[in-house]
Design a binder for this molecule. Structure first.
Ligand code: PLP
Length: 222
């Protein structure tokens, strides 16, 4: 059987240079994170505030913690002291709350608006139109404690890889439009967070710069 270290090595071998691997450790114990850490992995993604906080306390300080799940405003303060990047900003209210809490700690937190492209109604996020309105109205000078570093999406949960690839293509197109319109001179807007265990290769083909992989590294979640 493959170890966590084997899985990481195999995935990294398939990722082009410059694509960041976020190891999604949600529902797996700190011990599993430790094994990945010992294999050299430093970037981990979690989707629940309590779980992230608990693991952060048990594990080394040089881990870069990313939050990838839906986040309630009243949980922001629990993760703000240490979270590096929040991929799942799905409302202006949440963006503002992240800024308020980050300011209290004097930290700059990276954020990505989550874009809703999938067919499922249950997915969170801004439509492309809402995203453009958000960015149009966003004045970085008003938000010194957050940095919008890119866009994130989840593709439809379907076997139809052509459909999935098409959704990733749409996110890339939206990214290019937003870059041109709102971040032309801002190098920090550079990330396309897309692709999970079963669809990271099509995501990379469509320009993903951050893949979020859980099952492919840690096995099935309990
Ligand atoms: C759980 C999760 C992942 C990882 O999913 P796998 O299929 O286990 O790779 C990626 N992104 C988000 C937003 C998730 O919630």
């Amino acid at each position: 059987m493959n170890t966590i270290a084997d899985n990481i090595r195999q995935i990294k071998a398939l990722l082009p240079e410059g694509v960041t691997l976020v190891a999604v450790s949600k529902f797996h114990p700190a011990e599993a994170v430790r094994q990945a850490y010992d294999a050299g992995q430093r970037i981990f993604g979690e989707s629940r505030a309590q779980e992230l906080k608990a693991k952060q306390q048990l594990l080394p300080d040089d881990i870069e913690w990313h939050f990838i799940g839906s986040l309630q405003s009243n949980k922001v303060r629990d993760i703000i002291p240490f979270v590096h990047t929040i991929h799942s900003i799905d409302s202006l209210k949440l963006l503002q709350e992240v800024h308020i809490q980050a300011a209290k700690h004097g930290r700059i937190v990276n954020v990505l608006p989550e874009i809703h492209l999938a067919r499922e109604e249950t997915k969170h996020g801004f439509t492309p139109k809402e995203c453009k309105a958000l960015l149009q109205g966003f004045n970085p000078a008003d938000y010194p404690f957050i940095r919008i570093v890119g866009l994130m999406c989840l593709a439809s949960d379907t076997e139809d890889m052509a459909e999935v690839q098409q959704e990733f293509h749409c996110l890339h197109t939206l990214f290019v439009e937003c870059k041109k319109a709102y971040f032309q001179k801002d190098d920090s807007f550079r990330e396309l967070s897309m692709g999970m265990s079963h669809d990271y290769l099509p995501a990379v083909r469509e320009g993903s710069t951050m893949v979020r992989i859980g099952t492919g590294i840690f096995g099935n979640r309990k």
